[in-house]
Design a protein around this ligand. Structure first.
Ligand SMILES: Cc1cc2nc3c(=O)[nH]c(=O)nc-3n(C[C@H](O)[C@H](O)[C@H](O)COP(=O)(O)OP(=O)(O)OC[C@H]3O[C@@H](n4cnc5c(N)ncnc54)[C@H](O)[C@@H]3O)c2cc1C
Length: 466
């Protein structure tokens, strides 16, 4: 295998492999990476420009990826997949975002998250197993539909959704404010409150929804970047589903989040942000080494200021990549190389033990991409401001990193709060009372205020009992 990075048969014009942590990949993964870079050069990058201009969903890219077996990347070999690892998933997403199409990388991230949720609970479920076997053959794109219009980025809190028992199966109602590949995916993993929900929002269940049960309006999709992503609202309005459309047992939602959906979303979306950062560094290298100022006879890349910009961007981005690949290895280590067979035991949750590390990974990658895209724009001057150079497109795409849930505000809160006050203080489902706040507020009331509060509480209580 060549150690020179090629692009359409020529030497690649951006950073070479000497700036990539190739040592984390085995030979098969390096070969896959090389084929993927060639695919990006042949079609995926051109498709990205078209997707961005015309809001086209990147199905063409998925069709090409299916030929490399990438839709079944995580699916065990005995089910016809590539049986690959977390490390490989991180490499594939980063490669697609960097050389090909960030929108495709994000749609693929959601596909891998949905695939992970299905793999976690496919063992005795013929419906899930059938889909997993056909991912590449039939180009079956999956996605995750979690974010709720009433709870914003708190995607683990689906107030507007519910499920009911219906004969031998289920009736599912889902309202989602954002769903990548919405209206274009072939299958959706959605989360709702459980069929026997009694007011405890940690009681969540996951369902597999077929494309024809989903209402969407792709024509209304609009966004600053990731325009091929088609992350519009969707609705599932009382669709009746068979028994095995339930993914795992009822009440499995929190386990599914912590063990499958969150670890894969955080790992792969971080790889997408790193890929975008690398993509703009590549462009900046090409531009600044080719443009000359004839008055002084210097290329832009000859100015120490520009060298400093690029040097710092490479170091910051490689620190973020090192973190992603270190955590991918940690996930591989605790799962015996992403072996899904351990999950016949429903309580086997090895990835969940690393979730607070995955929060840190996403925070760093999303923070870095915003900084690096900005600095590479500065390094390329006014030419970078023009869409033709493509820095502008990557810059807009990278802006999604910070705001995608869990947002970076939420993540730094999680890490700061959990480290200072313990994990219990995170209180995802708003169940524990903060007595310090309560006592402090009550302390401010005079005697009349306390009496009115007591009367209100008693009246509320009476109403509840009645
Ligand atoms: C391109 C794109 C693709 C997406 N794809 C999907 C998808 O496939 N599936 C899916 O389920 N969702 C998806 N989302 C939704 C995403 O995960 C978030 O739910 C969404 O971006 C939140 O937007 P909002 O306006 O509701 O933010 P809000 O939640 O209203 O946030 C507004 C501000 O409040 C801050 N904030 C919120 N909660 C707290 C808190 N507890 N503490 C401190 N600050 C807080 C936020 O950080 C932010 O600064 C996507 C979003 C984007 C941009």
């Amino acid at each position: 295998m060549s150690s020179t990075k090629t692009w359409g048969g020529e030497e690649f014009w951006g950073l070479g492999f000497e700036w990539d942590p190739q040592w984390v990949l085995n030979d098969a993964q390096k070969a896959l990476q090389a084929r993927l870079i060639e695919l990006c050069a042949a079609t995926m990058r051109d498709n990205a420009i078209e997707s961005d201009k015309t809001y086209t969903y990147p199905r063409k890219n998925f069709e090409a990826m299916a030929e490399l077996g990438l839709l079944g990347l995580l699916v065990p070999k005995e089910l016809g997949g590539l049986g690959e690892s977390h490390t490989c998933a991180a490499m594939v997403v980063e490669t697609i975002a960097r050389y090909g199409c960030p929108s495709t990388a994000m749609c693929y991230t959601m596909h891998l998250g949905a695939t992970a949720a299905a793999l976690l609970r496919h063992h005795d479920n013929a419906r899930l197993t059938d889909i997993l076997k056909r991912l590449d053959k039939d180009v079956l794109i999956g996605t995750l539909s979690y974010s709720d219009p009433e709870t914003g980025s708190h995607f683990w809190y689906p107030i507007s959704s519910k499920a009911e028992r219906h004969g031998d199966g289920w009736k599912v109602f889902k309202k989602a404010s954002w769903t990548t590949s919405g209206g274009f995916a072939d299958w959706y993993i959605v989360q709702t409150t459980s069929p026997d929900f009694a007011g405890d929002y940690s009681d969540l269940s996951c369902f597999l929804i077929p494309a024809d049960a989903v209402k969407s309006d792709p024509s209304s999709w609009d966004g600053l970047g990731l325009r091929g992503n088609q992350s519009g609202p969707i609705e599932v309005n009382g669709v009746v589903l068979p028994k095995d459309a339930l993914v795992g047992p009822t009440g499995d939602g929190a386990r599914s989040n912590d063990e499958a959906v969150d670890p894969f979303f955080l790992l792969c979306s971080s790889s997408c942000w790193n890929g975008i950062a690398l993509g703009v560094i590549d462009i900046a290298k090409r531009h600044t080494t080719r443009k000359t100022h004839n008055d002084v006879g210097m290329r832009v890349a000859d100015y120490p200021t520009i060298q400093d910009y690029v040097g710092e961007a490479i170091m910051d981005t490689n620190a973020s990549r090192a973190f992603v690949f270190q955590m991918a290895k940690a996930l591989d280590d605790v799962t015996n190389g992403c072996d899904w067979s351990v999950h016949t035991d429903l309580d086997a949750l090895p990835r969940a033990t690393l979730l607070h590390w995955m929060w840190q990974v996403k925070f760093m990658a999303a923070k870095n991409v915003a900084h690096v895209t900005d600095k590479m724009l500065h390094a390329c001057g006014g030419t970078g401001f023009r869409p033709a150079l493509q820095i502008e497109r990557y810059l807009r795409d990278g802006k999604a990193g910070w705001v995608m849930g869990p947002t970076n505000e939420v993540l730094r809160q999680f890490v700061g709060k959990a480290s200072l006050l313990g994990f219990g203080s995170l209180d995802y489902w708003n169940k524990s009372v903060n007595h310090r706040v309560l006592d402090n507020e009550i302390k401010k009331l005079d005697a009349e205020g306390r009496r009115q509060l007591a009367e209100k509480l008693l009246a509320d209580d009476k109403q509840k009992v009645a």
